[in-house]
Ligand binder design. Structure first.
Ligand SMILES: [Ca+2]
Length: 368
């Protein structure tokens, strides 16, 4: 609509006299009628990530508030850090130096920074769950509605997600890192997983209807006939990502890339992807679903071939196309140049079928 209106305005510029003014007014009126009242776009939502860390609150507070430690996960470097209200800070983040003031400090509770450009507020809070568990919440809010801020906000969303993943790795692994340990708070939970919302339990709405927060369609738009978050079929509890064959498609997928602003994948390191999968209604042995792991460069361009699971066979060597929840594991070393990984949940059917995915985890294989 906007493009067409601009075209009309451009076309009257070549004429002359009072007619031009009349036509421009008509064009402007037409533009206002088709576009509705001219209102500013909604400002971007606050970024909010939470994590449950297996450590006492005092220990976690040290990690999120001291000069010695904030450079280990939140920033890529710390030049100045005066932890008091009104104290200054100068840090490296997103490839630049950021200077500003610490607005508020509540010991063993929260630290809040004034972010200079665009003027926003970054806060990290810690809260005791019990003697061993601490809830950490990072929030970055107050975003202006302009396009430049919107782009930087997306970079921050990506970078802070990677930071929370790093923070998790600075502590021992939780003994049972399951959704039922998470307090009911708004936002997106980050755990030791290198992908986010692998269990599809995130209460935040994703960008795509029927697809879990953090996930996206591999191509095209999601379709309600194909994609759904299914609370009737889940591995364990909650819900799963369902992908069903629509009447006119044969191939579609849901995917998630690891962060690109701060990389969490490194060449020559080995990573393991596990997923629970259930399949139903597949009739043609030529068709099946595929769970896939593909390493990419920083821009998301694939390196090498994707690693995929294989069809399970029964004792007679016959492929099992339909099965209840089954655990798949894919393990592969990141090749030279790898900076990200993409996890692909796909379906491929000629004649119909439904597949459910749940409890996906991607992590670096621990060195023994
Ligand atoms: Ca689930």
């Amino acid at each position: 609509m906007l493009g067409m209106s601009r075209g009309k305005l451009r076309s009257v510029e070549h004429r002359s006299g009072a007619g031009v003014v009349v036509q421009m007014v008509v064009a402007l009126l037409a533009f206002c009628l088709v576009s509705g009242p001219l209102v500013a776009a909604d400002p971007p939502a606050e970024i909010r990530y939470s994590a449950v860390i297996e450590a006492p609150v005092e220990k976690v507070w040290q990690m999120v508030s001291t000069r010695e430690h904030v450079g280990q996960w939140l920033f890529s470097g710390v030049e100045a850090w005066w932890l008091r209200a009104g104290g200054s800070y100068r840090v490296r983040a997103f490839g630049r130096t950021i200077s500003g003031r610490i607005e508020k400090v509540e010991p063993s509770k929260s630290v809040r920074l004034a972010w200079p450009s665009p003027k926003t507020t970054l806060a990290v809070e810690v809260a005791r769950i019990d003697d061993r568990l601490t809830l950490v919440t990072l929030s970055h809010g107050g975003w202006p509605a302009d396009e430049k801020s919107r782009r930087f906000r997306d970079d921050c969303a990506n970078g802070w997600l990677a930071a929370m993943m790093k923070l998790h790795r600075l502590f021992d692994p939780s003994k049972a890192d399951t959704p039922d340990r998470r307090p009911k708070v708004p936002g997106v939970f980050v755990d030791r997983n290198l992908i986010v919302n692998g269990d599809f339990e995130c209460a935040e709405r994703g960008r795509f209807e029927g697809i879990g927060w953090g996930w996206e369609p591999n191509s095209g738009k999601p379709s309600p006939q194909v994609h759904a978050l299914d609370d009737k079929a889940a591995h364990g509890q909650g819900r799963s990502q369902r992908i069903a064959k629509p009447p006119d498609w044969t191939n579609y997928a849901v995917q998630q890339f690891t962060p690109h602003v701060v990389t969490v994948i490194q060449p020559d390191r080995r990573y393991r992807l596990t997923a629970w999968v259930k399949a139903e209604g597949t009739a043609n042995p030529a068709g099946w679903y595929r769970l896939g792991l593909w390493y990419t460069d920083i821009g998301g361009k694939p390196i090498g071939e994707p690693v995929k699971n294989e069809k399970p066979v029964d004792e007679n060597g016959k492929a099992q196309l339909n099965h209840d929840w089954r655990l798949y594991t894919i393990e592969a070393t990141a090749p030279p140049g790898a900076a990200r990984a993409v996890v692909i949940l796909s379906g491929h059917w000629d004649e119909g079928g439904t597949v459910w995915y749940d409890d996906l985890r991607l992590w670096e294989v621990e060195k023994r």
